[in-house]
Each structure stands twice: as structure tokens, then as C-alpha cells.
Design a binder for this molecule. Structure first.
Ligand code: FES
Ligand SMILES: [Fe+2]
Length: 401
């Protein structure tokens, strides 16, 4: 049996094919290019009607990643409001995740709130107790208790359970839809990427830190920055480019999602087939887009889970959760992760990628460009925008069964 055959036995077939294509381009020094150059209309980043159409389609009706599975231990509740409506996600003692509007059925108070300006964190709890008059709900949404229940004459408590939202979990991620409706399968939605995540051990990761900030840029500008490797050489010249090849990426499409391997210098000239995540991440930065607004970026020894939400046409709510492997979560790793977090979040993302998105947003408002041009090294960016347009038009819907 050859080395490659051994690797393919353990790696999911679609990922093995991607690695094989990656091996070819790295060995031969070639690039896989898209079919054509194109452009994205400037209006798609600034126009309120376009933003509203995204809200009414993508953000209202698609499963959206609300967090990593490790954020919710059994018997806990996590407030989640990045989709513009108050949601609470619970994990009951049996491990099942559910989502509800975070709205008390009495007079509408939020049941779980986050403290101060810190990113929302799950609270361990046995039940959800409304802070206004104490109505109490089980973690499965059932109304358990009302103070002075006898005073609510003629109001049937069976009609007062929390309003449930579709919610499911796969590959280490919790998905929610902000509109009530039928259940969906997160595994089906991921169209095979859940197997990639499983092989890479996403579900076992631990949360090191989470940041949650709003910046003045359309959410798709930050998405664009993770859909092409063309900019790494220039924008990230002094930070991460020393570790990367120049714009060598292979992409796998899984429905509207994608998995990409962005070549690191170590891969150039050829390599031994990677047998595990650590080996793969020395050669490449695997980057997954979970359509529409979530990215997983696999750095050499940690993962960035990034949600890009859209509170307004010219605002992105950037939620970056830095995930670390369990074997490196002890206290003696603290200084290492602090330094890593500062490099990736504060320098590379905030000062380079996000700062660029904000500068572009200002430029778009000037009217100088009617569109943003993308070449054949940026074809996945164009595909992403075609996906957004198709979702708005109703011709692309999530595969959830
Ligand atoms: S609003 Fe929740 S108990 Fe009154
Ligand atoms: Fe970047």
C-alpha cells in the first residue's frame, strides 16, 4: 500500500481528493484558476434594499452558526442576538440543544441576558427564570411555574411555553434559524463538510476567547477577505505572508459552502501525505466557508471560528471565537495563546483585514467604483456573491434534509 493510499483510508474521500489536488499544485508550482474575471456591484455593499433582501432571505431562513458546541455544557443557556432578534439557546441535561425566542411569555422580558459589554457566555442553569416576575421555564421551553398562578384566570398555561426556533448541531457547531418553522438537519445542511470537521477534531476544541465587535463595513467585505489568497502577499506582508505561498489555493465546493486549502510555504515542492490535522495544518491553512456568514480558519495549532453578522448595510458584527486543542488548554499554555490571540485578532484581523474592509466601505460610498473587480484568483469570491444573489432570488435554498 502506498503512503497516499494509507492517508486516503482515514481522511474523508472528498478531503482526500482536495489534498491530492493540493499536492499537485504544490509539487508543480501551478495554480488552479477560476473560469473568468468578473465584478460585484457596489450597490450590493451599500444599498439598504439589498441589505433588507439579505435579511429577509439568508438571515431569516438559513441555518446560521450561533456558536461552538463547547460553549454550551449540559444544563446551560446562551443568549444569542447577532441575528437581530433575541434568542436563547439551551442545552438540557440530556445534551440536546434547543433554541427559543429569548422572550418571556408573560410580558416579554428577556430570560437570559449577557453582562456588560463582554461577548455573551452561557450560564449554567437548571431552568430559565424570568428576572421580571419569576415565571420559570424548563430548558426544553415548557412553562414550569408562575408566581400566583391562580390570578391568571382563563389563561391556559399550555399556551405559554417558550416559542421554539429550529436548532441543530453538527461537526461541533450549533446552528439556529431566527424564524420559527420545521426542524432541519445541520449535518445535511453541511453537505459533507461535517465529515471534514469531524476528521479535524472541531468538536473536541475548547474555547479560549471570544470577541464580538461591530465595525463600519458591510459583512460581505469581511467575507471577501477570506475567500481569496491573492491579498496575503501584500496586505499581510509583514505578519503572516512569511509563512504562506503566493496565492496557491485549491477549493472544494459542497453546495454553497466550500473548503479550501491555502498553501503554506512548507508545502511548496511537494510533501508527504498528511495523516492528521496537525500535519495538514503545517502545509496549508484549511479554510471553510459555511454559507452564508461563517468561516473556520485552521491555523497551525488553533482554529478561528468567525461569524459575520449584518446589523446594518454598512456594519459587520464580527464574532471571533478562538478555539484551541484540549491538550493545550492548561494554564501553562496561557502566555502562548495570549500572544497568538494578539497576533491573529488584534493585528492580522483588526489592523489588516477589517481595516481594509472599512476603508473599502468608505470608498464605495464615494461612488468612484460601480463594482468591485475580481480576477481568476478570486473566483470563489464571485461564486459566494452569486450564492447570495441566488438565495435572495429564492433559487438557492439550504439543503436541510
Ligand atoms: S415578564 Fe417574565 S415573568 Fe413577567
Ligand atoms: Fe487576510
Amino acid at each position: 500500500m502506498t503512503e497516499l493510499a494509507i492517508a486516503k483510508d482515514t481522511v474523508p474521500a472528498t478531503l482526500a481528493q482536495l489534498i491530492s489536488r493540493f499536492e499537485t499544485v504544490c509539487r508543480d508550482g501551478t495554480r488552479e484558476l477560476g473560469d473568468e474575471a468578473g465584478s460585484v456591484p457596489a450597490a450590493h455593499y451599500i444599498d439598504r434594499a439589498h441589505w433588507q433582501a439579505e435579511q429577509d432571505s439568508l438571515f431569516a431562513h438559513w441555518p446560521i452558526v450561533a456558536g461552538h458546541s463547547a460553549e454550551l455544557t449540559p444544563g446551560s443557556a446562551l443568549p444569542f442576538d447577532a441575528l437581530g432578534v433575541p434568542i436563547v439557546i439551551t442545552r438540557s441535561a440530556d445534551g440536546r440543544v434547543r433554541a427559543f425566542f429569548n422572550v418571556c411569555r408573560h410580558r416579554g422580558m428577556a430570560l437570559v441576558t449577557s453582562k456588560g459589554t463582554a461577548p455573551p457566555k452561557a450560564t449554567p442553569c437548571k431552568a430559565l427564570v424570568c428576572p421580571y416576575h419569576g415565571w420559570t421555564y424548563e430548558l426544553d421551553g415548557h412553562l414550569r411555574h408562575r408566581l400566583h398562578a391562580e390570578t391568571f384566570d382563563g389563561i391556559d398555561p399550555a399556551t405559554l411555553n417558550l416559542v421554539e426556533l429550529p436548532c441543530d448541531e453538527a461537526g461541533g457547531l450549533v446552528f439556529v434559524k431566527r424564524t420559527p418553522g420545521p426542524a432541519f438537519s445541520a449535518a445535511a445542511f453541511l453537505q459533507g463538510l461535517d465529515q471534514h470537521m469531524q476528521w479535524m477534531g472541531l468538536a473536541d476544541m475548547k474555547v479560549y476567547r471570544k470577541v464580538d465587535h461591530v465595525y463600519r463595513a458591510n459583512w460581505k467585505l469581511t467575507a471577501d477577505a477570506f475567500l481569496e489568497g491573492y491579498h496575503i502577499r501584500v496586505l499581510h506582508r509583514d505578519t503572516i505572508y512569511p509563512f504562506f505561498a503566493d496565492a496557491i489555493t485549491v477549493n472544494l465546493r459542497a453546495g454553497p459552502h466550500q473548503d479550501s486549502l491555502v498553501a503554506r510555504r512548507a508545502a511548496i515542492g511537494g510533501f508527504e501525505p498528511p495523516r492528521d490535522r496537525a500535519a495538514l495544518c503545517k502545509l496549508s491553512t484549511p479554510t471553510q466557508l459555511i454559507f452564508p456568514n461563517t468561516f473556520l480558519i485552521w491555523h497551525p495549532d488553533y482554529v478561528s471560528l468567525i461569524g459575520m453578522f449584518s446589523p446594518a448595510p454598512d456594519e459587520v458584527r464580527w464574532v471571533h471565537t478562538m478555539l484551541i486543542p484540549p491538550e493545550r488548554s492548561g494554564e501553562d499554555w496561557g502566555a502562548h495563546w495570549e500572544k497568538t490571540f494578539n497576533l491573529i485578532e488584534k493585528t492580522v484581523f483588526q489592523q489588516e483585514d477589517i481595516a481594509t474592509a472599512m476603508a473599502i466601505q468608505k470608498g464605495l460610498a464615494s461612488g468612484a467604483n460601480t463594482g468591485l473587480i475580481a480576477g481568476r484568483l478570486e473566483s470563489e469570491l464571485l461564486r459566494f456573491h452569486r450564492g447570495v444573489d441566488a438565495a435572495i432570488a429564492g433559487s438557492l435554498t439550504p439543503a436541510v434534509r
